[in-house]
Design a protein around this ligand. Structure first.
Ligand SMILES: Cc1ncc(COP(=O)(O)O)c(CN[C@@H](CCCC(=O)O)C(=O)O)c1O
Length: 404
């Protein structure tokens, strides 16, 4: 009998990895009587289950064998063509991925060399940090304010990086209804950011899973559209890479998403994906394509529900939270961001909140270089009115106690 300690055999890369705070908390908050505002879970009661069942029947009846067979790495052409047409680009610039989470992993694999400087917002989506980490980037944080990325601060960071002979490789941004803050970048800041990054030769990854979920205010052109205009309409010279998903507009469990990029990037994404999962499940891609006619109505239903839940949560926070606590007022998406008085630690506070049957995601895992100990993220998307009322009252009580 030999008893090797396998934990000593892991790669250096594996040893840089850590767990997703969101996934870990989802495990904790699965306790039935805990009201969880942690996971960015789309509202399950709004899933078009009947439509999915009918679509599955149609797909399997009409092209059952093809739906269950291996398929191309690029993705199901009718789906790619539908996406391409909506963005005014050729289908060859669209790659289907297995959730935009896989898109982030593959983009990290094909764009980041060890030590490359990757610019991220402070705070940013912790799942992106998790995807990029194994490629061993050197993070630089871009300060944000109520309006999202502070583009003046970005310019200073870019200048500093260039002066140190370490120009940034890429910038990862979530301009619509940002995860975790819920903030949206103004058109003026988007234009400045796109021009600035083009000038400095910095690639931009625009992660936009929430763009369709606007429930107030006016739509703003994407960084991708602005980048395309800067490239004279040529998608093969757009320095902005766009990623979005059917997870928040349709359903997350089918794991269908896509990346829009210049052909040399797409070519490498395909090769990386060949080595990862060969292709996104064929049946799921055909299902999503069959469901495209119900998408507009589904988006309207989801937007209305999330807008009402966001308003209710903000009203309850106004009512129950102690003075000195600040929070963002999103115009769309699934999250809002709470900032407590400096000195409070939301990671330390979480077990106490769970004891009071309410859960959130502490803010610090959303900061690539640390900080944010006094912040937390709340997701309103899958909470009923009662859960919002009861949960915000409970969390308000926990915060008042902590501040006393
Ligand atoms: C900015 C951003 N980019 C990509 C994703 C991943 O979405 P996909 O379902 O992989 O398309 C997400 C989804 N994040 C959710 C869902 C995480 C789901 C989970 O870990 O259970 C969250 O932050 O809670 C996102 O917010």
């Amino acid at each position: 009998v030999t008893r090797p300690d396998l934990s000593t055999r892991l790669s250096r890369r594996a040893q840089t990895m850590n767990a997703s705070a969101i996934r870990e908390i989802l495990k904790v908050t699965q306790q039935p009587d805990v009201i969880s505002f942690a996971g960015g879970l789309p509202a399950p009661e709004l899933f078009p289950i009947e439509e999915v069942r009918r679509a599955a029947d149609t797909v399997l009846t009409r092209h059952g064998a093809a739906a269950l067979q291996y398929s191309t790495t690029e993705g199901y052409l009718p789906l790619r063509e539908w996406i391409a047409a909506r963005h005014g680009i050729p289908a060859r610039n669209v790659q289907i991925v297995t959730g935009s989470q896989q898109g982030l992993d593959l983009l990290g694999k094909v764009l980041i060399d060890e030590g490359d400087t990757v610019l991220v917002e402070a705070p940013t989506y912790l799942g992106a940090l998790q995807s990029f980490q194994p490629y061993l980037p050197r993070y630089a944080q871009i300060p944000t304010d109520e309006g999202g990325i502070d583009v003046q601060a970005l310019e200073a960071v870019l200048r500093e990086q260039a002066a140190q002979g370490r120009p940034a490789k890429l910038l990862y941004a979530i301009p619509n209804f940002q995860n975790p803050t819920g903030r949206t970048l103004s058109l003026e800041r988007r234009q400045a950011l796109v021009e600035l990054t083009a000038r400095h030769g910095v690639l931009v990854i625009e992660d936009d899973p929430y763009g369709e979920l606007r429930f107030s205010g006016e739509p703003v052109p994407s960084l991708y559209e602005l980048g395309l205009a800067l490239a004279g309409g040529d998608p093969d010279h757009n320095h902005v890479i766009y990623s979005s998903s059917f997870s928040k507009t349709l359903v997350p469990g089918l794991r269908d998403a896509w990346v829009q990029a210049a052909s040399p990037v797409i070519a490498k994404l395909i090769q990386a994906k060949q080595g990862s999962d060969l292709h996104t499940p064929t049946l799921n891609q055909m299902l999503v394509t069959e469901l495209l006619p119900v998408l507009p109505r589904q988006i309207e239903t989801v937007k209305r529900a999330y807008g009402a839940r966001a308003q209710r949560m903000m009203a309850q926070i106004e009512t129950h939270f102690p003075a000195g606590v600040d929070f963002t007022r999103p115009q769309g998406g699934m999250f809002l961001w709470v900032t407590l008085p400096v000195g409070l630690n939301t990671t330390a506070l979480l077990p106490h909140a769970v004891a009071h049957k309410v859960a959130y995601v502490p803010g610090s895992p959303f900061f690539a270089l640390g900080g944010g100990e006094n912040t937390l993220r709340l997701s309103y998307s899958s909470a009923t009115d009662t859960q919002i009322d009861v949960g915000m009252a409970a969390l308000g009580a926990v915060l008042k106690e902590a501040l006393a």
